[in-house]
Design a protein around this ligand. Sequence first.
Ligand SMILES: [Fe+2]
Ligand SMILES: [Fe+2]
Length: 397
Amino acid sequence: MLQIPDFIDRSAVTRHLPVLVRRRMEQYVDHINALLAVKNPRVMARMAPSAMRGLFLRVGQRGRPVEAPSRHRVYFDFDYPSDHPEMMALYEKAKRLQWNASTDLDWRTSVDPMNPEVPLLAESFIDWASLQDRGVGLHGPQRTELLHRVTAWMLSQFLHGEQGALLAAAQVTEATHFFDGKFYGATQVMDEARHVEVFRRYLDEKLERRYVVNDNLFTIIDSLMTDGRWDMKFLGMQILVEGLALGAFSTMYKMTAEPLLRELLKRVIQDEARHVRYGILALRDLYNHQLTERERAEREDWAFEIVVLMRNRFLAHELYEEGFAHLCSVREWNAVMNSSPGMSVFRTTMFKRLVPNLRAIGLLTDRVRPKYESIGLGRFIHLDATDRLTDEALLAA
Ligand SMILES: [Fe+2]
Ligand SMILES: [Fe+2]
Protein backbone atom coordinates (compact mmCIF):
# COMPACT_ATOMS: atom_id res chain seq x y z
CA MET A 1 0.00 0.00 0.00
CA LEU A 2 1.25 3.47 -0.85
CA GLN A 3 2.00 5.82 2.01
CA ILE A 4 2.26 9.56 1.61
CA PRO A 5 6.01 10.23 1.88
CA ASP A 6 6.32 13.95 2.40
CA PHE A 7 3.92 16.38 0.76
CA ILE A 8 6.76 18.36 -0.74
CA ASP A 9 9.38 15.68 -1.16
CA ARG A 10 11.06 16.89 -4.35
CA SER A 11 12.66 13.57 -5.23
CA ALA A 12 9.26 11.90 -5.10
CA VAL A 13 7.82 14.61 -7.32
CA THR A 14 10.63 14.25 -9.86
CA ARG A 15 10.32 10.49 -9.87
CA HIS A 16 6.67 10.79 -10.73
CA LEU A 17 7.00 13.63 -13.24
CA PRO A 18 5.33 11.90 -16.23
CA VAL A 19 2.45 11.02 -13.92
CA LEU A 20 2.19 14.66 -12.82
CA VAL A 21 2.07 15.82 -16.44
CA ARG A 22 -0.75 13.36 -17.05
CA ARG A 23 -2.52 14.63 -13.91
CA ARG A 24 -2.29 18.20 -15.17
CA MET A 25 -3.95 17.10 -18.43
CA GLU A 26 -6.67 15.40 -16.37
CA GLN A 27 -7.26 18.65 -14.54
CA TYR A 28 -7.72 20.53 -17.80
CA VAL A 29 -10.26 17.93 -18.87
CA ASP A 30 -11.91 18.34 -15.46
CA HIS A 31 -12.13 22.12 -16.04
CA ILE A 32 -13.55 21.64 -19.53
CA ASN A 33 -16.19 19.31 -18.13
CA ALA A 34 -17.06 21.94 -15.51
CA LEU A 35 -17.54 24.52 -18.24
CA LEU A 36 -19.55 22.16 -20.41
CA ALA A 37 -21.81 21.55 -17.41
CA VAL A 38 -22.95 25.19 -17.68
CA LYS A 39 -26.22 24.66 -19.50
CA ASN A 40 -27.13 28.25 -20.29
CA PRO A 41 -25.19 29.58 -23.33
CA ARG A 42 -25.51 33.23 -22.27
CA VAL A 43 -24.12 32.47 -18.84
CA MET A 44 -21.37 30.42 -20.45
CA ALA A 45 -20.44 33.33 -22.74
CA ARG A 46 -20.38 35.74 -19.80
CA MET A 47 -18.24 33.45 -17.65
CA ALA A 48 -15.82 32.51 -20.44
CA PRO A 49 -13.23 35.32 -20.06
CA SER A 50 -13.00 34.80 -16.29
CA ALA A 51 -12.87 31.02 -16.72
CA MET A 52 -10.05 31.40 -19.24
CA ARG A 53 -8.09 33.59 -16.83
CA GLY A 54 -8.88 31.49 -13.75
CA LEU A 55 -9.01 27.88 -14.92
CA PHE A 56 -6.69 27.71 -17.92
CA LEU A 57 -4.22 30.61 -17.62
CA ARG A 58 -4.40 30.26 -13.80
CA VAL A 59 -3.40 33.88 -13.35
CA GLY A 60 -4.37 33.81 -9.67
CA GLN A 61 -1.83 31.08 -8.97
CA ARG A 62 1.28 32.56 -10.52
CA GLY A 63 2.49 34.30 -7.39
CA ARG A 64 2.33 37.72 -9.03
CA PRO A 65 -0.09 40.64 -8.56
CA VAL A 66 -3.13 40.45 -10.84
CA GLU A 67 -4.85 43.31 -12.65
CA ALA A 68 -8.44 42.96 -13.84
CA PRO A 69 -10.42 45.40 -16.00
CA SER A 70 -13.17 47.17 -14.04
CA ARG A 71 -16.06 48.74 -15.96
CA HIS A 72 -18.58 49.85 -13.38
CA ARG A 73 -20.05 53.36 -13.23
CA VAL A 74 -19.41 55.48 -10.16
CA TYR A 75 -22.61 57.04 -8.79
CA PHE A 76 -22.52 60.47 -7.09
CA ASP A 77 -25.46 62.22 -5.44
CA PHE A 78 -24.96 65.83 -4.41
CA ASP A 79 -28.40 66.00 -2.76
CA TYR A 80 -27.24 63.62 0.00
CA PRO A 81 -30.67 62.01 0.41
CA SER A 82 -31.67 59.91 3.42
CA ASP A 83 -33.02 57.23 1.13
CA HIS A 84 -32.95 53.91 3.01
CA PRO A 85 -33.67 53.85 6.78
CA GLU A 86 -32.90 50.12 7.09
CA MET A 87 -29.45 50.61 5.55
CA MET A 88 -28.89 53.56 7.88
CA ALA A 89 -29.81 51.34 10.86
CA LEU A 90 -27.35 48.74 9.63
CA TYR A 91 -24.70 51.46 9.34
CA GLU A 92 -25.32 52.49 12.97
CA LYS A 93 -25.08 48.87 14.08
CA ALA A 94 -21.88 48.35 12.10
CA LYS A 95 -20.27 51.42 13.71
CA ARG A 96 -21.20 50.13 17.17
CA LEU A 97 -19.82 46.65 16.54
CA GLN A 98 -16.43 47.53 15.07
CA TRP A 99 -13.58 45.61 16.71
CA ASN A 100 -9.83 45.80 16.64
CA ALA A 101 -8.16 42.62 15.42
CA SER A 102 -4.84 43.54 17.04
CA THR A 103 -6.18 44.02 20.55
CA ASP A 104 -9.52 42.18 20.78
CA LEU A 105 -8.06 38.76 19.94
CA ASP A 106 -5.51 37.01 22.12
CA TRP A 107 -2.65 36.52 19.69
CA ARG A 108 -0.48 35.19 22.52
CA THR A 109 -2.45 31.93 22.27
CA SER A 110 -0.03 29.13 21.47
CA VAL A 111 -1.19 27.06 18.49
CA ASP A 112 0.39 23.67 17.78
CA PRO A 113 -1.15 22.17 14.61
CA MET A 114 0.28 18.75 15.51
CA ASN A 115 -1.27 18.60 18.99
CA PRO A 116 -4.11 16.04 18.80
CA GLU A 117 -5.45 17.32 22.15
CA VAL A 118 -6.51 20.59 20.49
CA PRO A 119 -7.30 19.58 16.91
CA LEU A 120 -7.49 22.30 14.28
CA LEU A 121 -10.17 20.22 12.57
CA ALA A 122 -12.12 17.23 13.83
CA GLU A 123 -10.67 13.98 12.46
CA SER A 124 -14.13 13.18 11.11
CA PHE A 125 -13.67 15.98 8.57
CA ILE A 126 -11.91 13.59 6.14
CA ASP A 127 -13.20 10.29 4.76
CA TRP A 128 -10.11 8.24 5.69
CA ALA A 129 -11.65 4.96 4.54
CA SER A 130 -12.27 6.38 1.09
CA LEU A 131 -8.62 7.51 0.92
CA GLN A 132 -7.50 4.06 2.02
CA ASP A 133 -9.67 2.44 -0.66
CA ARG A 134 -7.58 4.35 -3.19
CA GLY A 135 -4.34 3.03 -1.75
CA VAL A 136 -3.55 6.02 0.47
CA GLY A 137 -3.57 4.78 4.06
CA LEU A 138 -2.91 7.53 6.61
CA HIS A 139 -2.63 7.02 10.36
CA GLY A 140 -1.73 8.90 13.57
CA PRO A 141 0.47 11.97 12.95
CA GLN A 142 -0.02 11.67 9.19
CA ARG A 143 -3.71 12.34 9.73
CA THR A 144 -2.95 15.30 12.00
CA GLU A 145 -0.56 16.60 9.35
CA LEU A 146 -3.19 16.36 6.62
CA LEU A 147 -5.77 18.09 8.86
CA HIS A 148 -3.26 20.90 9.40
CA ARG A 149 -2.91 21.28 5.65
CA VAL A 150 -6.66 21.13 5.05
CA THR A 151 -7.14 23.86 7.68
CA ALA A 152 -4.45 26.00 6.07
CA TRP A 153 -6.01 25.40 2.64
CA MET A 154 -9.46 26.44 3.83
CA LEU A 155 -8.20 29.50 5.71
CA SER A 156 -6.12 30.49 2.67
CA GLN A 157 -9.26 30.43 0.54
CA PHE A 158 -11.02 32.51 3.21
CA LEU A 159 -8.13 34.98 3.00
CA HIS A 160 -8.34 35.20 -0.80
CA GLY A 161 -12.13 35.49 -0.65
CA GLU A 162 -11.77 38.31 1.88
CA GLN A 163 -9.44 40.19 -0.44
CA GLY A 164 -12.07 39.84 -3.17
CA ALA A 165 -14.70 41.07 -0.69
CA LEU A 166 -12.54 44.05 0.27
CA LEU A 167 -12.17 45.18 -3.33
CA ALA A 168 -15.79 44.37 -4.25
CA ALA A 169 -17.11 46.24 -1.18
CA ALA A 170 -15.17 49.30 -2.33
CA GLN A 171 -16.63 48.95 -5.86
CA VAL A 172 -20.14 48.47 -4.51
CA THR A 173 -19.76 51.58 -2.34
CA GLU A 174 -18.87 53.58 -5.46
CA ALA A 175 -21.58 52.07 -7.63
CA THR A 176 -24.64 51.84 -5.36
CA HIS A 177 -27.48 54.29 -6.03
CA PHE A 178 -28.50 54.35 -2.34
CA PHE A 179 -26.76 57.16 -0.51
CA ASP A 180 -27.37 55.45 2.82
CA GLY A 181 -25.80 52.39 1.19
CA LYS A 182 -22.58 54.35 0.70
CA PHE A 183 -22.43 55.05 4.45
CA TYR A 184 -23.00 51.39 5.21
CA GLY A 185 -20.60 50.25 2.45
CA ALA A 186 -17.75 52.21 4.04
CA THR A 187 -18.10 50.10 7.20
CA GLN A 188 -18.06 46.94 5.14
CA VAL A 189 -14.81 47.98 3.46
CA MET A 190 -13.33 48.34 6.95
CA ASP A 191 -14.79 44.99 8.04
CA GLU A 192 -13.27 43.21 5.05
CA ALA A 193 -9.86 44.81 5.63
CA ARG A 194 -10.00 43.46 9.19
CA HIS A 195 -10.91 40.00 7.88
CA VAL A 196 -7.94 40.02 5.52
CA GLU A 197 -5.79 41.09 8.48
CA VAL A 198 -6.91 38.28 10.80
CA PHE A 199 -6.73 35.43 8.29
CA ARG A 200 -3.32 36.52 7.00
CA ARG A 201 -1.97 36.83 10.52
CA TYR A 202 -3.38 33.49 11.66
CA LEU A 203 -1.96 31.67 8.64
CA ASP A 204 1.44 33.31 8.82
CA GLU A 205 1.96 33.28 12.59
CA LYS A 206 0.05 30.22 13.76
CA LEU A 207 -0.11 27.75 10.87
CA GLU A 208 3.03 28.97 9.03
CA ARG A 209 1.52 27.85 5.76
CA ARG A 210 -0.48 29.50 2.98
CA TYR A 211 -1.99 28.19 -0.29
CA VAL A 212 -2.64 29.90 -3.63
CA VAL A 213 -6.15 30.95 -4.57
CA ASN A 214 -8.44 28.16 -5.75
CA ASP A 215 -8.95 28.66 -9.48
CA ASN A 216 -12.74 28.31 -9.27
CA LEU A 217 -12.92 30.91 -6.50
CA PHE A 218 -10.73 33.19 -8.62
CA THR A 219 -13.05 32.68 -11.60
CA ILE A 220 -16.14 33.68 -9.61
CA ILE A 221 -14.50 36.75 -8.07
CA ASP A 222 -13.00 37.83 -11.40
CA SER A 223 -16.40 37.50 -13.05
CA LEU A 224 -18.20 39.79 -10.61
CA MET A 225 -15.35 42.31 -10.28
CA THR A 226 -15.28 42.85 -14.03
CA ASP A 227 -19.07 43.08 -14.50
CA GLY A 228 -20.11 46.70 -15.01
CA ARG A 229 -23.61 46.33 -13.50
CA TRP A 230 -23.83 47.32 -9.84
CA ASP A 231 -26.52 44.80 -8.98
CA MET A 232 -24.46 41.93 -10.38
CA LYS A 233 -21.66 42.89 -8.02
CA PHE A 234 -24.12 42.87 -5.12
CA LEU A 235 -25.58 39.55 -6.22
CA GLY A 236 -22.18 37.95 -6.80
CA MET A 237 -20.40 39.23 -3.72
CA GLN A 238 -23.05 40.05 -1.11
CA ILE A 239 -25.32 37.08 -1.74
CA LEU A 240 -23.32 34.30 -3.41
CA VAL A 241 -19.73 34.68 -2.18
CA GLU A 242 -20.82 35.93 1.27
CA GLY A 243 -23.22 32.97 1.46
CA LEU A 244 -20.34 30.64 0.63
CA ALA A 245 -18.23 32.39 3.27
CA LEU A 246 -20.89 32.12 5.97
CA GLY A 247 -21.24 28.40 5.27
CA ALA A 248 -17.50 27.83 5.32
CA PHE A 249 -16.87 29.89 8.45
CA SER A 250 -19.69 28.20 10.38
CA THR A 251 -18.40 24.77 9.37
CA MET A 252 -14.90 25.58 10.51
CA TYR A 253 -16.24 27.12 13.73
CA LYS A 254 -18.15 23.93 14.41
CA MET A 255 -15.25 21.59 13.63
CA THR A 256 -12.28 23.26 15.28
CA ALA A 257 -11.27 23.08 18.96
CA GLU A 258 -8.56 25.74 18.66
CA PRO A 259 -9.72 28.67 20.84
CA LEU A 260 -8.10 31.57 18.95
CA LEU A 261 -9.51 30.32 15.64
CA ARG A 262 -12.96 29.90 17.20
CA GLU A 263 -12.99 33.45 18.59
CA LEU A 264 -11.70 34.88 15.32
CA LEU A 265 -14.35 33.05 13.29
CA LYS A 266 -17.13 34.03 15.67
CA ARG A 267 -16.34 37.71 15.22
CA VAL A 268 -15.95 37.41 11.45
CA ILE A 269 -19.28 35.52 11.12
CA GLN A 270 -21.09 38.32 12.98
CA ASP A 271 -19.65 40.88 10.55
CA GLU A 272 -20.50 38.74 7.52
CA ALA A 273 -24.12 38.40 8.58
CA ARG A 274 -24.47 42.21 8.24
CA HIS A 275 -22.97 42.05 4.77
CA VAL A 276 -25.49 39.51 3.56
CA ARG A 277 -28.31 41.53 5.14
CA TYR A 278 -27.11 44.57 3.19
CA GLY A 279 -27.18 42.55 -0.04
CA ILE A 280 -30.76 41.47 0.64
CA LEU A 281 -31.84 45.06 1.37
CA ALA A 282 -30.19 46.37 -1.78
CA LEU A 283 -31.59 43.76 -4.16
CA ARG A 284 -34.99 42.80 -2.77
CA ASP A 285 -37.05 45.65 -4.23
CA LEU A 286 -35.07 45.80 -7.45
CA TYR A 287 -35.46 42.12 -8.30
CA ASN A 288 -39.03 41.77 -7.06
CA HIS A 289 -40.50 44.88 -8.62
CA GLN A 290 -38.25 46.77 -10.99
CA LEU A 291 -36.56 44.40 -13.44
CA THR A 292 -38.10 43.13 -16.66
CA GLU A 293 -38.81 39.42 -16.88
CA ARG A 294 -35.83 38.97 -19.17
CA GLU A 295 -33.44 40.87 -16.89
CA ARG A 296 -34.51 38.83 -13.89
CA ALA A 297 -34.21 35.56 -15.80
CA GLU A 298 -30.61 36.42 -16.71
CA ARG A 299 -29.74 36.95 -13.05
CA GLU A 300 -31.54 33.79 -12.00
CA ASP A 301 -29.64 31.73 -14.55
CA TRP A 302 -26.30 33.25 -13.60
CA ALA A 303 -26.91 32.69 -9.88
CA PHE A 304 -27.92 29.08 -10.50
CA GLU A 305 -24.75 28.31 -12.47
CA ILE A 306 -22.59 29.88 -9.75
CA VAL A 307 -24.39 27.78 -7.15
CA VAL A 308 -23.64 24.64 -9.21
CA LEU A 309 -20.02 25.70 -9.49
CA MET A 310 -19.84 26.20 -5.72
CA ARG A 311 -21.43 22.83 -5.07
CA ASN A 312 -19.19 20.86 -7.40
CA ARG A 313 -15.89 22.63 -7.52
CA PHE A 314 -14.41 23.37 -4.09
CA LEU A 315 -12.45 20.17 -3.89
CA ALA A 316 -9.03 21.28 -2.62
CA HIS A 317 -7.13 20.63 -5.85
CA GLU A 318 -4.28 22.72 -4.46
CA LEU A 319 -3.79 20.04 -1.77
CA TYR A 320 -4.09 17.32 -4.37
CA GLU A 321 -1.34 18.89 -6.46
CA GLU A 322 0.86 19.31 -3.41
CA GLY A 323 0.79 15.78 -2.08
CA PHE A 324 -1.51 13.38 -3.86
CA ALA A 325 -1.11 13.83 -7.61
CA HIS A 326 1.36 10.94 -7.80
CA LEU A 327 -0.87 8.72 -5.67
CA CYS A 328 -4.33 8.93 -7.26
CA SER A 329 -6.19 10.49 -10.19
CA VAL A 330 -8.11 13.80 -10.03
CA ARG A 331 -11.34 11.84 -10.37
CA GLU A 332 -10.44 9.67 -7.35
CA TRP A 333 -9.47 12.74 -5.33
CA ASN A 334 -12.77 14.41 -6.18
CA ALA A 335 -14.59 11.29 -4.94
CA VAL A 336 -12.68 11.37 -1.63
CA MET A 337 -13.47 15.06 -1.14
CA ASN A 338 -17.11 14.61 -2.08
CA SER A 339 -17.56 11.82 0.44
CA SER A 340 -15.71 13.62 3.25
CA PRO A 341 -18.09 14.44 6.13
CA GLY A 342 -16.53 17.90 6.65
CA MET A 343 -17.13 18.90 3.04
CA SER A 344 -20.66 17.62 3.28
CA VAL A 345 -21.34 19.77 6.38
CA PHE A 346 -19.80 22.72 4.54
CA ARG A 347 -22.05 22.27 1.49
CA THR A 348 -25.17 21.85 3.62
CA THR A 349 -24.43 24.94 5.72
CA MET A 350 -23.55 27.00 2.67
CA PHE A 351 -26.84 26.19 0.92
CA LYS A 352 -28.83 26.62 4.12
CA ARG A 353 -27.57 30.21 4.13
CA LEU A 354 -27.55 30.90 0.43
CA VAL A 355 -30.70 29.41 -1.08
CA PRO A 356 -33.22 31.19 1.24
CA ASN A 357 -31.44 34.47 0.50
CA LEU A 358 -31.97 33.94 -3.23
CA ARG A 359 -35.67 33.42 -2.48
CA ALA A 360 -35.74 36.60 -0.34
CA ILE A 361 -34.41 38.75 -3.18
CA GLY A 362 -36.79 37.22 -5.73
CA LEU A 363 -34.44 34.97 -7.69
CA LEU A 364 -36.22 31.69 -7.00
CA THR A 365 -39.28 32.03 -9.20
CA ASP A 366 -41.28 29.02 -10.37
CA ARG A 367 -39.16 29.08 -13.54
CA VAL A 368 -35.96 28.05 -11.71
CA ARG A 369 -37.18 26.23 -8.60
CA PRO A 370 -37.28 22.86 -10.40
CA LYS A 371 -33.60 23.31 -11.30
CA TYR A 372 -32.70 23.70 -7.62
CA GLU A 373 -34.89 20.74 -6.74
CA SER A 374 -33.19 18.66 -9.45
CA ILE A 375 -29.79 19.09 -7.76
CA GLY A 376 -31.11 18.34 -4.27
CA LEU A 377 -31.37 21.92 -2.98
CA GLY A 378 -35.18 22.12 -2.84
CA ARG A 379 -35.17 21.40 0.91
CA PHE A 380 -33.44 24.74 1.60
CA ILE A 381 -35.86 26.97 -0.32
CA HIS A 382 -38.31 27.62 2.53
CA LEU A 383 -35.81 28.15 5.36
CA ASP A 384 -35.37 31.60 6.94
CA ALA A 385 -33.23 34.10 5.04
CA THR A 386 -30.19 35.56 6.80
CA ASP A 387 -31.97 38.84 7.62
CA ARG A 388 -34.31 36.80 9.87
CA LEU A 389 -31.59 34.87 11.72
CA THR A 390 -29.99 35.79 15.03
CA ASP A 391 -26.21 35.73 15.43
CA GLU A 392 -26.60 32.61 17.60
CA ALA A 393 -28.49 30.82 14.83
CA LEU A 394 -25.76 31.74 12.35
CA LEU A 395 -23.07 30.30 14.62
CA ALA A 396 -25.01 27.08 15.08
CA ALA A 397 -24.24 25.98 11.47
FE1 LIG B 1 -15.40 39.28 5.11
FE1 LIG C 1 -18.16 40.16 3.90
